[in-house]
Design a protein around this ligand. Sequence first.
Ligand SMILES: *Cc1c(COP(=O)(O)O)cnc(C)c1O
Length: 343
Amino acid sequence: MPLHPKVARINHDAMHPRLNIVTAPTPLVAAPRVSRALGIELFIKRDDLAGPSIGGNKSRQLEYYFGAAKAEDADTILITGAVQSNFARLAAAVARAEGMHPIVQLENRVPDTSKTYQSSGNVLLSRLLGAEILTYPEGEDEAGADAALHARAGDLRKAGRKPYVIPLSEGHPPLGALGYVDAAHEVLNQLGEFDVLVVASGSGATHAGLIAGLRGAGSRARVIGSCVRREAGLQSARIGRVVDRLRRLHRGAERVHQADIETWDGALAPGYGRLGEPAASAIRMLASYEGLLLDPVYTAKSFAAIPALVASGEIRKNSRVCFVHTGGLAAMFAYEDTLSALA
Ligand SMILES: *Cc1c(COP(=O)(O)O)cnc(C)c1O
């Protein structure tokens, strides 16, 4: 089948169709005041600027999902996520830009949320983008959430439509991780070799792709995944499984060893989508030192790893550290109640 004109094939070993969504490279900026305060050399990879509709890391992952969707001539995109899912909002924006119909399914994953959480931020943007919104009552049932999407896709197929489901659960080829193999090469081109990369680790596509990309390119930089969803032991095991599946898509993943998978969960409490003190002080630190914003769900928790691991000596003084800012800023206003307490 001929590829859509905007779909390019890029040079991973098996050739995977990719839709160009991100204006790459995204900026890599120095953070001189945090660097001085912590005694390290810190750079920030601005993937919060990647892609449409307030951007974020899912834009790179969507390049490969939409590449596959366009290669099968899909007309409808289905995706599931938390109520404040950045992935769902970005998928809706990209679907619209490609003339496709977006269906987003929002799962009740965070307990005791406010009315603002339920209606502002990413929910508001997905609605403005004209996404059809479904709900799923369970927040910890990835397979069930995907099954609900597939049931809907089956109905659409019967009606003559061509749906494409972006999966959340494990057991699928991790196409999204290929976007972070690309990002790893971008960082190495911008920064040269460095010591430590710190990134949020949720589904693990970003974390696994970065490790595979760096090791595949011969870099020895450590990659620390800061847990946003589950504790460090469970998350390391999950990343191991994503890397295993990534081996079938990208050869660099074969160079990843168990010791390359490092996770830190010191800012995870009190749980997914809820702000604890280390994350709150990360928001204050980056805002007041560098004028940059961190979101409460992902990047505040991932950034919190840096001062904590410098203090414990696990990140050595004078290290060159790259923090990947994965975005999430569209959720800020949905967390107004929590965040006003910091202001
Ligand atoms: C989804 C998300 C992450 C985590 O990325 P994974 O690939 O799911 O691990 C980090 N930051 C933001 C802002 C996200 O939306």
